[in-house]
Design a protein around this ligand. Structure first.
Ligand SMILES: *Cc1c(COP(=O)(O)O)cnc(C)c1O
Length: 454
């Protein structure tokens, strides 16, 4: 790679401990340092251009060139760069952002708690839910149920909610979090058809609640589509059954919308796409188009009414909860999504086009499955396109496709053997064609390496 011996590369290795990185291995790896971005393209130090097939990190749903967001941030920094929301005060934009979020959310949501990230928002969910049941006089309801393969963030609490075993190995997770299976038909569906499998994995929730005792279980948390876990799109039967189980058993339902929210699935929120009604929704990432750190929880009336009835102080919050610059970015992002009808337009054209073009890769000899919805998808790399067998041990096939894709100008991510892509919603058809062309080159090179004819 071209940036091997630059001084930035050396400084990076010398001083910067990157997130989710093997530090030893990284010392011997070339750093990709990005210095510029435009529309859906990112550029490294040497000027090499890549299509950003990951929207930053599932953040930049509107791509990189949104001057209205930049302007909103800059104007805000000039008028009021910071004030807090503790002690009976706040800022004008923080209030306006709360209202903007409520306006685009399903009817049951009229309140927002702000954080700076998705992780903090999920920590906040635990605090809110425990407080809710304490105030209701049900203090034994403390257990959260989540799923294997879920990603809910990286603080101790959010990481405990998540289902990544590699993370759990490195710290002692919360004692009141339990995990059930994920609706991953490709790896766990066996001989079942998708509908049947959807019901079966949803039923694991009922069994888990019954095992733990309904009086001890507080909430079930899940992403509508598991994102970092490899874009696990649940069978159609899954969410209605989960929803039924939560209602029947008096368990709060939390939808982690950090990836699915703000258009990714073709609606404002993934819960709308899948037709279920959560009690709480976590948001972050695309809420500001990734331009400012902002996260939070949308709180339904059912929960908010109890919290504000007669409870005393809720002893939780962050210095930067509702930071004005982040809220200004959020308002501008929501304005663009609304005024330009970005989500409706994408759902009518570029999303179905993206999904259809990706599905053409199903006949590629090393693609076992293509799954996705809206502007998020994954290709499962396999030994052939009708079997669930891995192309190579340790998911080396997926890793190789990813490396070739990046070398050929397409940023994607690999999760095990799944190649994940979630490009900005502002792509046009030609850009989707280019993305598919670059992905195909990566698949062809990988197939060739393993002696498979394309
Ligand atoms: C990224 C992510 C989080 C964590 O958000 P951070 O801002 O990185 O703390 C939580 N949930 C989901 C679904 C995510 O994708």
């Amino acid at each position: 790679m071209s940036h091997n011996n630059t001084s930035l590369n050396t400084l990076d290795k010398t001083h910067f401990l990157h997130p989710f990185t093997d530090f030893k291995e990284y010392k011997a790896t070339d750093t990709a340092i990005y210095t510029k971005a435009e529309h859906i393209y990112i550029y490294d130090e040497a000027g090499k251009e890549l299509i950003d097939g990951m929207s930053g990190l599932w953040c930049c749903n509107l791509g990189y060139s949104q001057p209205k967001i930049n302007e909103a941030i800059s104007n805000q920094l000039n008028s009021l760069p910071f004030y807090n929301s503790f002690f009976q005060c706040t800022t004008d934009v923080t209030v306006k952002m709360a209202k903007a979020l409520v306006d685009i959310s399903p009817a049951q949501f009229n309140h927002v708690f702000f954080t700076n990230s998705g992780s903090e928002a999920n920590d906040t969910n635990i605090r809110l839910v425990h407080r809710y049941y304490d105030l209701l006089g049900k203090p034994s309801k403390k257990i959260f149920i989540s799923r294997h393969g879920a990603y809910h963030g990286s603080t101790i609490a959010a990481g405990s909610l998540g289902g990544f075993s590699g993370m759990h190995k490195q710290y002692t997770g919360l004692s009141y979090v339990e995990h059930i299976g994920q609706p991953n038909w490709f790896t766990e569906g066996g001989d079942m058809d998708k509908a049947e499998f959807g019901i079966k994995v949803a039923q694991e929730l009922a069994a888990k609640i019954d095992e733990l005792g309904e009086e001890n279980v507080a909430a079930f948390i899940a992403e509508p589509i598991q994102g970092a876990g490899g874009v696990i799109v649940p069978p159609e039967t899954y969410w209605p059954e989960i929803s039924r189980i939560c209602k029947e058993r008096d368990i709060l339902l939390i939808s982690d919308e950090v990836i699915c929210g703000f258009g990714r699935t073709g609606d404002w929120f993934g819960a709308q796409t899948f037709g279920f009604e959560p009690d709480l929704m976590t948001f972050a990432k695309a809420v500001t188009n990734g331009y400012q750190p902002l996260g939070g929880v949308l709180v339904s009336d059912k929960v908010a009414d109890v919290l504000s009835a007669d409870g005393g102080e809720f002893t939780h919050g962050f210095t930067y909860s509702g930071h004005p610059a982040a809220c200004a970015a959020g308002i501008a992002t929501i304005d663009i999504l609304k005024n330009d009808k970005v989500i409706e337009n994408a759902a009518a054209d570029i999303m179905p086009y993206f999904q259809a073009q990706l599905r053409t890769l199903e006949s590629h000899p090393i693609v076992g499955e293509v799954r996705g919805m809206g502007m998020v998808a994954a290709l499962e790399i396999a030994k052939n396109n009708s079997a669930k067998e891995r192309l190579a041990p340790d998911c080396a096939g997926g890793a190789m496709v990813k490396t070739h894709a990046i070398n050929h100008g397409l940023m994607v991510r690999s999760v095990g053997d799944a190649i994940v892509t979630a490009p900005p919603m502002v792509c046009n058809r030609e850009e989707i064609d280019l993305l598919i062309a670059r992905l195909t080159i990566a698949l062809d090179y990988t197939a060739k390496h393993y002696g498979i004819k394309t």
